[in-house]
Design a protein around this ligand. Structure first.
Ligand SMILES: NC(=O)c1ccc[n+]([C@@H]2O[C@H](COP(=O)([O-])OP(=O)(O)OC[C@H]3O[C@@H](n4cnc5c(N)ncnc54)[C@H](O)[C@@H]3O)[C@@H](O)[C@H]2O)c1
Length: 415
């Protein structure tokens, strides 16, 4: 097959690799010329896709800025961003732009699949009219489906191959073609009756995480007041073999998905006169965490007779989660901003993030970051962080990830 992928980011690039490795040719259309240039030079900007992998598919992978190249594809997958506007409403402009450009080159019998996370109804109500501007009819002259992406960047136990893929088509034939497409790269494809079911499935998965993370975060704030170790509580509850699922508290939610996607559903719900109280409340609790954490650092310093103003604060880990360099919506940025505004002298260490241009900061080696610091704050615990060294060298450690030993360690404060 010839497969087209529109948008070569965290979702699109690994997908392109998967189809190439399954023996297909892939046309990757991207609007960012730097990304196309890098890929053509065999350089990767996604940590999960090493340069060696790109070298292995160079005969089959054709990154390009030219959407016209899609005309030779059997199937085209759309994986462009679906962010929020400043008013926290769905911003479909990248999706509309990508779909309109595809409509200009759409061929009879092509299969188009949307993978970008979005509210139920997007594929039918927004993509169909745009694609039909080609003069071709959806469902009969070209096929259309929605299939949500479940990639978890940095994860190695669940990959595209062994993570089931949900697919909903506009018609039965659309669904069957999409099932056949994904069966090339996934062992288990889960067909559902409509694109709307597939769209809402993705949002349920993300809302489920957001709500449960908010629940343990709320508990963490309560435990702080009650002087109970929330990690010990979570560990103990996790010993229950049924009816409980472990979620961890932390400094707040980051990434492109959890802080954003639930609002796609609450926005859509308003159109139907429904409220989504759980979703809104979870968003509020999770968004409050960075401020709570900044205050906890301030209180920890106070216990040591120090003020934030003038203290050297070493932030350890600034990406939104361990093992990746993705900064999108990272709570570390808010914590740095708040502590900086309060007069703290901020330094940071993160091997995955060489610089934070917006703060004029560059990552320091661990020892340099700890040198002379008043407090070291574990915001994101990358797997290679040398915690023994941190505990040994910093006069005070605040741990928001529960990775330090629990009780009995002097100068340690945990979420
Ligand atoms: N990152 C994740 O872990 C993840 C997981 C599941 C689902 N998703 C969803 O997948 C979608 C893509 O997310 P991502 O993380 O890959 O985003 P990304 O920003 O990493 O990649 C999207 C790419 O699309 C490109 N692009 C934008 N408009 C374009 C256009 N008109 N034509 C061609 N390319 C265009 C951008 O330049 C960018 O390189 C989003 O809807 C997201 O919610 C992401």
């Amino acid at each position: 097959m010839n497969v087209g992928i529109v948008g070569l980011g965290y979702v699109g690039l690994p997908l392109a690799v998967a189809f190439c490795e399954a023996g297909h040719d892939v046309v990757g259309v991207e609007v960012d010329p730097r990304k196309v240039g890098a890929l053509k030079a065999g350089e990767s900007y996604i940590e999960d896709v090493p340069a060696g992998t790109l070298a292995g598919i160079s005969e089959r992978f054709f990154p390009t800025l030219r959407v016209a190249e899609l005309s030779r594809c059997d199937a085209v997958v759309i994986a462009v961003p679906t962010p929020l506007t400043r008013n926290r409403e769905p911003d479909l402009s990248p999706l509309v732009a990508a779909t309109s450009s595809i409509a200009g080159v759409l061929q009879r019998d092509q299969l188009i699949v949307l993978e970008s996370t979005t509210y139920p109804g997007t594929t039918r109500e927004r993509l169909v009219p745009l694609l039909e501007e080609s003069g071709l009819a959806a469902g009969s002259e070209f096929n259309l489906a929605f299939s949500p992406e479940r990639i978890d960047p940095g994860r190695t136990d669940y990959t595209m191959r062994n993570t089931p893929k949900v697919v909903g088509g506009l018609t039965d034939a659309c669904r069957e073609r999409a099932v056949a497409l994904y069966s090339e790269v996934c062992d288990h494809v889960v067909p559902v009756s409509t694109p709307e079911v597939a769209e809402l499935t993705k949002l349920l998965e993300n809302v489920f995480r957001s709500v449960n993370i908010a629940l343990v975060n709320e508990l963490a704030m309560l435990c702080d007041r009650m002087d109970i170790d929330v990690w010990e509580v979570v560990n103990a509850a996790s010993s229950k073999p049924y009816g409980f699922m472990r979620f961890e508290p932390g400094p707040g939610m980051g990434g492109h998905c959890l802080p954003v996607d639930p609002f796609y559903l609450s926005w859509r719900a308003r159109e139907f006169g429904s409220s989504t109280d759980f979703i809104e409340l979870a968003g509020e609790v999770n968004q409050a965490m960075p401020r709570f954490c900044a205050e906890k650092v301030s209180r920890a310093l106070n216990e040591h007779s120090k003020a934030v103003r003038g203290s050297r604060i070493a932030i350890l880990g600034v990406s939104y989660k361990a093992g990746v360099g993705d900064l999108r919506e990272s709570p570390a940025l808010k914590i740095i901003q708040l502590l900086g505004e309060a007069g703290g002298e901020i330094v940071y260490h993160d091997d995955h993030v060489p610089e934070l241009a917006e703060f004029g900061l560059a990552s320091l080696p661990l020892d340099e970051a700890l040198e002379g610091c008043d407090v070291a704050v574990v915001v994101t615990a990358h797997p290679d962080l040398d915690l023994d060294r941190v505990l040994e060298r910093a006069p005070l450690v605040v741990d928001f990830r529960g990775v330090t030993p629990g009780s009995g360690v002097p100068n340690l404060v945990r979420l």
